[in-house]
Write a new protein. Structure first.
Length: 218
């Protein structure tokens, strides 16, 4: 299991998009550092989910401080997405005892999405819902079970980058991945539209897969 220090080492070594800052936290059981509206948003959640939410919000505030913003609540919208300060693009992800937030000024990027996964084989019955044979073979010689998780992570990050811009829900089949060298492309006429491109930075180290999608201004 990766430790927070290892995730920090991975991030320090990664060629992150210009202007993107980050912060890492572990899940936090004590909710006293959350703002009241944040505590209210997860009042009915199970303890594990509350701790992940708190760790993610604390990491997000630490990232926003690096952009010069004071601490403030990051509430949930009706669609459960975080509500970020005006002029900021940001994203939160968590897995296996790690919470990560990234943020940037909107003048640098128009969208930002991240995903963090433990690097392990994906169950074979899940693979057809996530990806296609051409996508898997582009990641050869990785076994399909591991390639599928990398594709899943990349699609999650790209989806999270576009969602604040379009508010559109769609499935994995709407995107095609061109990993490891390329990004992703919309293949369905939905959301950002067929042909829309998603740059992708993906790093796999310390038994983790980190995917970052920063959408440039036109």
């Amino acid at each position: 299991m990766a430790r927070p220090e290892e995730l920090c080492d991975l991030l320090r070594a990664a060629p992150l998009p210009e202007g993107v800052v980050w912060a890492v936290s572990e899940p936090v059981a004590d909710l006293s550092e959350l703002f009241p509206e944040e505590r209210d948003a997860i009042a009915g959640a199970v303890p594990k989910r509350r701790a992940e939410f708190a760790g993610g919000r604390l990491a997000a505030r630490a990232a926003l401080r690096q952009l010069g913003l004071s601490d403030r609540a990051i509430p949930k919208a009706e669609d459960r997405a975080p509500v970020w300060p005006e002029g900021v693009v940001a994203s939160i992800t968590h897995t296996a005892g790690l919470c990560l937030a990234m943020a940037a000024h909107g003048r640098h990027w128009r969208g930002l999405g991240i995903d963090l996964e433990v690097d392990r084989p994906m169950a074979s019955e899940l693979i057809p819902a996530i990806t296609t044979m051409p996508e898997l073979t582009r990641l050869s010689p990785l076994p399909f079970s591991r390639a599928a998780l990398r594709i899943f992570s990349a699609k999650e990050a790209a989806y999270k980058a576009q969602y604040p811009l379009t508010g559109t829900l769609f499935g994995f089949e709407a995107m095609e991945s061109f990993l490891p060298q390329g990004g992703l492309r919309m293949v369905a006429e939905i959301g950002p539209g067929r042909g829309a491109q998603f740059p992708m930075l993906q790093v796999a180290e310390f038994d983790l897969i980190l995917s970052i999608c920063a959408l440039p201004h036109a």
